[in-house]
Write a protein that binds this ligand. Structure first.
Ligand code: CDM
Ligand code: ATP
Length: 300
């Protein structure tokens, strides 16, 4: 086999409950992940060394060296296999970069699946999951897809029953937000308030809405503990969220660490209308529609 192409979806967080800061610099979470139909594509081709090329959405903001998460994934997989494999990776990006939709994590997951195939390793998902958790908190979910709740750093996953499809609108912002800075801002806000930080818990009503495919109930239950921090770092997002609510979104929130804003619509037609209204309001760099849940990485 000379090359393998894998298509991998973005995520939105339906509930992101953030516990107190841990000694290792991470936070315990209850993180309800939901994979949506915005896809990056990663092609792995046989080569002696390791290299990566990136094209598409904001490709100029993605490193084309050993810092690229997809290359780090390939290196980690080769090390796990105990061999000095090479690969040339070509990434076609559609997921916004540093947008809170786990684009880098998706590329890392796709690289694990593609190289496992290209190198004929035949490693089971559970081995790839272990490598994924070392690469980043969002990478295990990017291997799984669908809808799942993550605990610990977000890397310990339990798949959830979700009826769907749910119809989404995403408002992309100019420039990204650093995940670490958003978590740090969340800690700063909490320190200023001086209130005790509760252990995160899954919202029963949200899980029920997912199981029932009830978009209206789901819209009312969407929460993100990082949202206030993202809004402090990017105040213009308040107007974006307000515009979506004003145009009838069932729910509106910042996706993960932002700055992408996510809006839940009642149907595919409603999502189209909402997207048109948000474009007209001029509150986003670009507006996209998508549905979820969708399966995880797939060889195409
Ligand atoms: C915001 C989310 O995207 C929601 O799914 C994730 O929690 C972030 O996942 P990620 O981008 O894979 O993050 P990582 O690469 O693991 O960590 C980046 C930084 O985010 C912060 N971080 C991340 C995950 C977590 N549970 N607690 C944290 O405090 C830490 O400062 C860490 O140094
Ligand atoms: N393959 C990659 N694709 C995108 N960004 C990458 C990649 N490799 C490294 N990066 C770097 O990682 C940073 C975070 O990018 P990413 O798109 O994963 O952010 P994000 O969607 O906010 O992440 P998350 O939702 O997991 O917090 C960017 O600054 C980018 O330069």
């Amino acid at each position: 086999m000379n090359s393998v192409t894998v298509r991998v979806p973005a995520k939105v967080n339906l509930q992101l409950a953030v516990g107190p800061l841990r000694d290792d610099g991470y936070h315990d979470l209850v993180n309800v992940f939901h994979a949506v139909s915005l896809f990056d594509e990663v092609t792995a081709a046989a080569e002696t060394g390791m290299s990566v090329r990136v094209e598409g959405e904001s490709a100029d903001q993605v490193p084309e060296d050993d810092d690229n998460l997809a290359i780090r994934a390939a290196v980690a997989l080769a090390r796990h296999a105990g061999r000095s494999y090479g690969v040339s990776l070509a990434i076609r990006k559609a997921i916004p970069v540093a947008g809170g939709m786990a684009g880098g994590s998706a590329d890392a997951a796709a690289a694990l699946v593609a190289c496992n195939e290209l190198w004929g390793l035949g490693l089971p998902l559970e081995d790839l999951m272990e490598i994924a958790a070392d690469l980043g908190s969002d990478v295990p979910f990017a291997l799984l897809g669908g809808t799942a709740v993550g605990t610990g750093r977000g890397e310990r996953l339990t798949p959830l029953e979700a009826a769907g499809p749910f119809h989404w609108v995403f408002a992309l912002a100019d420039g990204g937000l650093s995940t670490a800075k958003v978590y740090a801002e969340c800690d700063r806000i909490r320190a200023e308030e001086g209130l005790p930080v509760a252990e995160p818990r899954a919202a029963g009503a949200l899980l029920a809405a997912l199981r029932d495919g009830d978009a209206k109930a789901l819209g009312a239950e969407l929460t993100n503990d990082l949202q206030r921090a993202a809004l402090r770092l990017r105040p213009s997002l308040a107007a974006t969220l307000e515009a979506g609510r004003g145009h009838g979104a069932l729910g509106a929130l910042v996706s993960g660490s932002g700055p992408t804003c996510a809006f839940l619509a009642a149907s595919a037609a409603h999502a189209g209308e909402l997207a048109g209204a948000l474009r007209g309001a001029g509150v986003a760099r670009e507006v996209l529609t998508a549905h979820g849940p969708v399966p995880g990485p797939a060889v195409v």
